[in-house]
Design a protein around this ligand. Structure first.
Ligand SMILES: Cc1cc2nc3c(=O)[nH]c(=O)nc-3n(C[C@H](O)[C@H](O)[C@H](O)COP(=O)(O)O)c2cc1C
Length: 214
């Protein structure tokens, strides 16, 4: 490997994050930043890295799409039998990370994970295009498969079977909600003196805001 990483060095200069602009409510700040990310050239501003871990602390990470956020938490959908699903079943804590490069902004969120009620997973599943609904049935996500053809063959079979009817939601596919205990908002700064504001949920449900060294 010979790629010279010094060629990638960039200065950050887009903005500052002051306590005054950030405000007291991390959900409101997140929604403002997500909105701005959506108005920028970012292809999928709702794409986020999801980190999970085994109970003995071996982490794993992958991208998923944020499908909803409100004061109850951050929701995403996946296969409950996948690698992440198996980790979350025994260690229901996770971390989310957004990187909105044109805005030089990173957001980290940590908290406990709960499964969405079946009715909520149904609502989202039935809103998806038929191909995606069948795809959820086809893929035993994270399992080893012999080749690509098994997926295409199975999809073809299901497309024929479901030409005139709707598939039910697979019992192994649905949503999770991450209930935040902590947020950190990062705004890139000149000379690597970035702004970092952390919000920790207090026992009375108020948010403690603190500035962290970059
Ligand atoms: C931008 C992007 C968005 C993705 N969104 C999802 C998603 O919402 N749900 C999902 O299960 N996998 C999604 N994936 C695929 C996952 O990154 C991952 O490959 C898959 O969930 C299996 O992960 P696991 O084996 O760790 O469980 C996405 C991948 C990318 C690159």
């Amino acid at each position: 490997m010979s790629t010279n990483m010094t060629n990638f060095r960039k200065e950050y200069q887009y903005d500052h994050l002051s306590e005054e602009n950030a405000g007291a409510d991390p959900f409101a700040l997140f929604e403002r930043w997500l909105q701005l990310a959506g108005e920028s050239a970012i292809h999928e501003p709702n794409a986020m890295a999801l980190a999970t871990a085994t109970p003995n602390g071996r982490p794993s990470i992958r991208m998923v799409l944020l499908k909803g956020v409100d004061r109850t938490g951050f929701t995403f959908f996946t296969n409950y039998h996948s690698h992440k699903g198996r980790e979350l079943a025994i260690n229901p804590f996770a971390s989310l990370l957004f990187w909105w490069e044109p805005l030089e902004r990173q957001v980290r969120i940590e908290g406990a994970i709960e499964k969405l009620p079946a009715a909520v997973s149904d609502e989202y599943y039935y809103s998806r295009p038929l191909g995606s609904r069948l795809g959820a049935w086809v893929s035993q996500q994270s399992k080893v498969i012999p080749n690509r053809a098994v997926l295409d063959t199975r999809l073809g079979e299901l497309q024929a079977e479901y030409r005139d009817k709707h598939p039910d939601r697979p019992p192994f596919w649905g949503g999770y909600r991450l209930v935040p205990e902590q947020f950190e908002f990062w705004q890139g700064g000149v000379n690597r003196l970035h702004d970092r504001l952390r919000y920790c949920r207090q026992p009375d449900a108020a948010w403690l805001r603190e500035r962290l060294a970059p």
